[in-house]
Design a protein around this ligand. Structure first.
Ligand code: HEC
Ligand code: HEC
Ligand code: HEC
Ligand code: HEC
Length: 194
């Protein structure tokens, strides 16, 4: 089983020319996800969108960036590449237009009104947080801080008040780490996610 997964990974890695460097997306080149010349999907994605996997909530194939993530993160029989396939453990809804009685997703993180994978994850290598989540959970120890992002009325008000969310999608708000004086996290060339 492990060997099979490993073989698929090695194949995939050579296919989209990534490196093993740090394991997760840090090791993917930009071009592992974005094809500059031979794009296969939206946002010039290098990976074929997964139209095979059926969304458990909507009973439809996935759309938008979710179909792109699942081009890698789904088992091969469901149209993915077997890299950390999510179908086995993903019980939280995605690909849905939120019922605002259940959750309030910050507008900046909805795509065409829907909660997609990128509602919870910012997949860019600049994201320093555990599992590319939009909120720092201290390596998963404070997962309730993350849930507070969209389920505020159920969370500790102090957490909600001080919540910082990571967003790589507005270049105008970028502050280069190099000019931040003496910030320890900015010291290594490729900061490890925490
Ligand atoms: C080109 C293939 C590819 C695509 C597309 C892709 N990923 Fe990944 N992802 C990877 C690889 C490779 C890893 C590392 C797997 C490993 O360590 O075994 C990874 C790891 C992850 C992890 C775990 C990180 C960790 O620290 O353990 C998360 C979360 C993740 N991806 C989310 C996403 C999301 C969300 C999307 C869509 C926006 C996405 N990925 C798109 C290849 C991809
Ligand atoms: C794991 C896959 C993945 C990797 C690696 C990745 N991206 Fe992305 N990129 C995405 C996804 C998914 C989106 C859309 C995100 C969203 O909607 O929030 C995106 C969006 C973008 C956009 C915005 C496009 C627009 O229309 O607004 C730019 C620019 C971009 N990426 C550049 C880069 C660069 C530069 C790198 C390397 C440093 C990189 N990406 C690495 C998946 C990836
Ligand atoms: C409601 C928020 C939410 C949504 C939506 C979501 N994720 Fe996640 N995801 C998480 C959380 C939280 C974790 C970390 C779980 C942990 O380690 O305790 C995670 C973990 C992961 C991992 C790492 C799994 C591992 O074995 O370490 C991958 C890969 C991933 N997500 C991909 C995706 C993809 C692809 C989608 C869209 C189909 C998606 N996620 C949608 C919250 C979300
Ligand atoms: C980025 C926003 C976001 C985050 C973060 C988030 N959720 Fe959700 N959650 C939603 C949305 C959207 C729904 C679906 C609402 C609907 O039914 O339309 C939902 C639904 C739920 C439901 C109801 C599920 C069902 O099938 O009816 C539960 C329970 C839940 N979330 C728990 C959590 C927990 C626990 C966390 C933290 C680990 C979390 N959520 C993080 C947005 C989020």
């Amino acid at each position: 089983m492990f060997l099979r997964i490993f073989a698929v990974c090695v194949f995939v890695l050579s296919l989209v020319s990534m490196s093993w460097a740090a394991g997760a997306h840090d090791g993917l080149l930009c071009t592992g996800c974005h094809g500059i010349h031979t794009a296969k999907g939206d946002i010039i994605f290098a990976v074929e969108p997964n139209k095979k996997a059926i969304n458990p909530k909507t009973k439809q194939p996935n759309t938008g960036t979710t179909a792109l993530c699942l081009g890698c993160h789904e088992t091969p029989d469901k149209g993915g590449m077997g890299i950390m396939a999510v179908s086995g453990h993903m019980s939280h809804p995605f690909g849905v237009t939120p019922n605002t009685k259940v959750a309030t997703v910050p507008a900046a993180f909805l795509r065409e009104g829907k909660l997609e994978c990128v509602g919870c994850h910012d997949p860019h290598p600049s994201n320093p947080f555990y599992k590319y989540l939009r909120v720092d959970t201290s390596k998963g120890a404070k997962m309730t801080d993350f849930c507070a992002m969209c389920h505020s009325s159920k969370a500790d008000p102090n957490v909600v008040k001080n919540l910082k969310m990571f967003n790589s999608m507005d270049e105008r708000s970028y502050v280069p780490a190099a000019v931040t004086p003496a910030a320890p996290a900015s010291a290594p060339a490729a900061p490890r996610r925490k």
